[in-house]
Write a protein of this length. Structure first.
Length: 123
């Protein structure tokens, strides 16, 4: 199973103890939240595996981590009253800009690879 295959197995497996702890805590408080958490984790990994079939892992993981970070911060601010200030806003904007630049960089690399494939080689 190569390096990527091993990482793909270990990453979700490493999250299982965290999921178990979260589910146990949520079950004590509200079974519906526990079920929603488990379904969200499963859906997240299913979607991630689907996206990895089409996009490079560098872009995919950047999207997954960056969007997850910003979305978690915004949800915390909206639902639980987490603080917001200009520095947090700038940080979130930089994360979004970084994701956009990753996407542009991978698109440029794809375009360059396509041009190299169709252009004649000069010796």
């Amino acid at each position: 199973m190569g390096l990527l295959g091993g990482r793909a197995v270990r990453h979700p497996a490493g999250l299982l103890p965290l999921l178990r702890i979260a589910a146990r805590r949520l079950l004590d408080e509200n079974a519906l939240w526990a079920l929603a958490t488990i379904v969200a984790y499963a859906a997240s990994f299913l979607m991630l595996s689907r996206v990895l079939m089409r996009l490079p892992i560098g872009l995919t993981y950047g999207l997954w981590g960056g969007i997850g970070t910003v979305a978690t911060a915004v949800i915390g601010m909206v639902l639980w009253g987490d603080p917001f200030n200009w520095l947090l806003g700038v940080g979130m904007a930089l994360i979004i800009a970084g994701i956009a630049e990753l996407a542009r960089g991978f698109a440029l690399a794809d375009k360059q690879a396509a041009v190299e494939q169709i252009s004649p080689q000069r010796d």
